[in-house]
Design a protein around this ligand. Structure first.
Ligand SMILES: Cc1ncc(COP(=O)(O)O)c(C=O)c1O
Length: 383
């Protein structure tokens, strides 16, 4: 927490605006509008925001939706909630995000078969924006909307444009581990105000105007509460600090491992600011002498939580039958990628310890390290 969250939450209690209407919600949404320059609607989770975005884009049962293969499962699940079929698109090594060439080829091939997808969902993985100019160019060519899953990338940019505003519609998550948190929550944004208003309406049970409880289409109970929006208001005040902190951690790790062969950092594309929501590295077992899984185990034994990079959707039991274009890059990134502790609450001493354990594991430091407690600070990196 930054400091003023409690004040906004107290205001909600004092005024008795506790539920899904109230001044904190409007203020949190206008904070986002000021930050990103587009209208926003606050909802109960990032997953809910994706579900609403796909509804707004009129995704229907039986539709195909192209979706980044390398991501957290919440990107793909809402496609299924709507009875549509995800089709997975591989990443490239330069960004770890959707490969524009793979997308272009996939769309061309689908257009020939008259089987174009209803929408494309790209992800800003671990805080780095996808390469939107070529992705949008392909989507525009076939008139297909692009949904930007910026759940992990609030505060990042792509060619001076804020993450979340690069596609036609964007979503954020305020889950406990994200750049900022409302304990749980999400935001949907778009320069298309009609879409944002429609998402707001769908998020409140799609109730028709008027005092009667009248409904002509299916809605959801997805609105954020005024109490949680109070936390969000306080968190927005510390967003730039959080970006600085996460970037500082990532660059300190990079510096500490730069002399180690076989440990390479996730690339930072030249086109924008990568928030480094998580600090990720690729492990080359043949060059550093340890596999990714061995490093995870060694860190675990030293009391440090680390995780593999997201498991690609096409490798999941849930989605392995789905069509895909490529997948080899996502698989490599998953097999070799590790996420190190990245919380903005990680202390310099704790980070030094993680670095020492890593260096020791690959034979790059002599002697032993002194165990410190990592437990108190919720400094792990899990989702
Ligand atoms: C890429 C991505 N998309 C969507 C989500 C879902 O957000 P939430 O947990 O708020 O539903 C997350 C994180 O949880 C995520 O990392």
């Amino acid at each position: 927490m930054g400091g003023s969250e409690r004040r906004y939450v107290d205001e909600a209690f004092r005024s008795n605006w506790l539920s899904t209407v109230g001044p904190n919600i409007s203020a949190f949404e206008s904070d986002f509008q000021s930050l990103l320059g587009v209208p926003a609607v606050a909802v109960s989770s990032g997953t809910a925001a994706i579900h609403l975005a796909l509804r707004v884009l009129d995704v229907r049962p039986g539709d195909a939706v192209f979706c980044q293969d390398l991501t957290f499962v919440a990107t793909a699940n809402p496609i299924r909630y709507l009875g549509a079929e995800p089709v997975f698109i591989d990443s490239n090594y330069e960004t770890w995000n959707m490969d524009p060439q793979v997308l272009a080829d996939a769309l061309r091939e689908r257009a020939l078969r008259n089987k174009l997808p209803r929408a494309v969902v790209a992800v800003d993985l671990f805080g780095q924006c996808a390469d939107y100019d070529p992705l949008l160019e392909s989507c525009r060519k076939y008139g297909i909307p692009l949904l930007e899953d910026a759940a992990e990338a609030l505060g990042g940019t792509y060619r001076q444009r804020p993450a979340g505003t690069c596609g036609d519609i964007g979503v954020f998550s305020f889950n406990g581990n994200k750049m900022i948190t409302t304990t749980g929550g999400g935001m949907l944004v778009s320069s298309n105000e009609g879409w944002v208003n429609r998402a707001r309406y769908l998020s409140t049970q799609a109730r028709n105007p008027g005092i009667c409880y009248e409904h002509s289409e299916l809605g959801y109970n997805y609105r954020m509460s005024n109490v949680l929006a109070g936390i969000g208001r306080g968190q927005v005040e510390v967003l730039s600090l959080r970006v600085e902190q996460r970037r500082a951690l990532a660059f300190a790790y990079r510096e500490a491992f730069k002399d180690i062969e076989g440990i390479s950092a996730m690339p930072q594309a030249e086109y924008g600011v990568h928030t480094n929501w998580l600090s990720c590295f690729l492990i080359d077992q043949h060059r550093c002498g340890r596999s990714r899984d061995e490093l995870i185990r060694i860190l675990d034994e030293a009391g440090v939580e680390s995780r593999p990079v997201w498991k690609p959707m096409h490798m999941q039991q849930l989605y392995k039958h789905c069509s895909r274009y490529g997948g080899g890059v996502a698989e490599q990134l998953f097999t070799r990628g590790i996420c190190l502790p990245s919380s903005s609450s990680l202390t310099a001493q704790q980070q030094r310890y993680v670095i020492d354990v890593m260096r020791h594991a690959v034979g790059m430091s002599h002697g032993s390290y002194t165990t410190i407690s990592m437990a108190d600070s919720a400094a792990g990196c899990g989702a």
